[in-house]
Design a protein around this ligand. Structure first.
Ligand code: AKB
Length: 318
C-alpha cells in the first residue's frame, strides 16, 4: 500500500502525521477545505476537498489510485456544540462518503479516528474499558460512535479493512487544535510562555485523558500498519496521561515559576464532565503492541522546548 489520502490535512494531527507517513515511504495525497500550510507541500500533493462532496472524493480516489485513507476531517466537540448541523454534515455525511467511496472504489484500508468523546456520563469514568457503555451527549461524540459502528458494519458487510482509535486530548506545538474541549491543555503552554498567565475554561480539578503528539503519531501509524489477522477489535482505546489543569500548572511552574493560572469555567465544563477521567488501553496493547512513552514531566519539557523554539522565547530549566 503506497498511495494514501489524508483528509483534514491542515488540522492539528494531520499536520504532523503527513511528514511522518511520508518519511516512512508513503505517497501522500493531502486534502482539506482550507489552504495547506506551506510545509505540507514538501511532504504531499495537496488537493482541495470538501468531504461532504462524495463525487469529488471519488474523483480524487480514482485520479491518485488511492489504496488507503486516513480520514481526519472532523468538527471537534466544542465547535460541534456551537454548530451541531455543521458537525452532523461534516462528521456524519463525510464519514458515509469515505466508507462508501472506499468500498465502491476498492480502497484497501481506512483509518478514521474516534475519541474519548464517544463515551458519555453513564460510562465508567476511571480506567474506562475498551468495550463499555457508550451514550455520549455531544453531537461530536454521537458522530464518533457512528464512525465506530458504521466502520465496523463495513468490515462485516463488505470486508473493508476499517480501523479506529479513540484519541484523548492531543497536545502539540506545531498546529493549534481549534474547537475541542481539551484545548486548554495546549493553550496553557502558549500563554505560560508569552504572558505567564492563563485563564482556564474548566475547573482546576477536571481530570482528563491526554496524549503528547509523538505518542499520537506512533499510535496512529502502528494501528494503520498492524497486521489485519491480529485485530480482534476494530476500535481501540489509547491512553496517554491523565491530569487536571492544576496538576499541569504545577508542572509548568517548575520551569516558569512566575506562571499563574485562574479559572473561568464555561459551557465546555459540562462536556469535560461527561467524559472519562482515565482510559484502559489493554486491548490496544494486546492486539497491536501499543505503549505510551510520555509522562507528565516529559510532556511539559517537550511542549516548552518545542514552543520556545517556535515562539523564539527562552524558558529557564528547573
Ligand atoms: C475534543 O476536545 O473535542 C477533542 C477530542 C477529545 O476528541 N480533542
Amino acid at each position: 500500500m503506497k498511495n494514501i489520502l489524508v483528509t483534514g490535512s491542515s488540522g492539528q494531527i494531520s499536520s504532523e502525521l503527513i511528514p511522518a507517513l511520508s518519511k516512512r515511504g508513503y505517497n501522500i495525497i493531502s486534502s482539506d477545505i482550507r489552504d495547506p500550510p506551506k510545509e505540507e507541500l514538501e511532504y504531499s500533493t495537496f488537493t482541495r476537498l470538501d468531504v461532504t462532496d462524495r463525487e469529488a472524493l471519488r474523483q480524487i480516489v480514482r485520479e491518485y489510485q488511492i489504496e488507503g485513507i486516513i480520514h481526519n476531517a472532523s468538527i471537534l466537540s466544542a465547535k460541534g456544540e456551537e454548530n451541531p448541523y455543521l458537525a452532523m454534515n461534516v462528521n456524519i455525511r463525510g464519514l458515509e462518503n469515505v466508507l462508501t467511496v472506499a468500498h465502491e472504489e476498492n480502497v484497501q484500508r481506512i483509518l478514521s479516528p474516534s475519541s474519548i468523546a464517544a463515551f458519555g456520563p453513564s460510562t465508567p469514568k476511571i480506567d474506562t474499558p475498551n468495550d463499555t457503555i457508550m451514550r455520549p451527549t455531544t453531537i461530536y461524540g454521537i458522530s464518533k460512535v457512528y464512525t465506530e459502528l458504521l466502520g465496523e458494519y463495513f468490515v462485516l458487510k463488505f470486508g473493508l479493512d476499517f480501523r479506529s482509535l479513540r484519541y484523548p486530548g492531543i497536545i502539540s506545538a506545531k498546529t493549534l487544535p481549534g474547537g475541542g474541549t481539551t484545548d486548554w491543555a495546549v493553550e496553557i503552554f502558549y500563554k505560560a510562555i508569552e504572558e505567564k498567565k492563563y485563564t482556564c475554561f474548566v475547573k482546576p480539578d477536571t481530570m482528563m485523558p491526554m496524549m503528547a503528539m509523538p505518542d499520537c503519531i506512533n499510535a496512529t501509524i502502528q494501528l494503520f500498519e498492524a497486521p489485519e489477522d491480529k485485530l480482534i477489535h476494530r476500535t481501540f482505546n489509547v491512553a496517554g496521561i491523565s491530569f487536571t489543569p492544576q496538576m499541569l500548572a504545577e508542572e509548568i511552574k517548575k520551569h516558569i515559576p512566575e506562571f499563574i493560572i485562574d479559572y473561568k469555567p464555561d459551557y465546555r465544563q459540562q462536556i469535560a464532565d461527561s467524559w472519562p477521567k482515565s482510559i484502559d488501553d489493554t486491548v490496544a496493547k494486546e492486539e497491536w503492541g501499543w505503549e505510551s512513552k510520555f509522562s507528565l514531566e516529559d510532556l511539559v519539557i517537550y511542549m516548552l522546548d518545542e514552543l520556545s523554539k517556535k515562539l523564539k522565547s527562552t524558558v529557564s530549566s528547573p
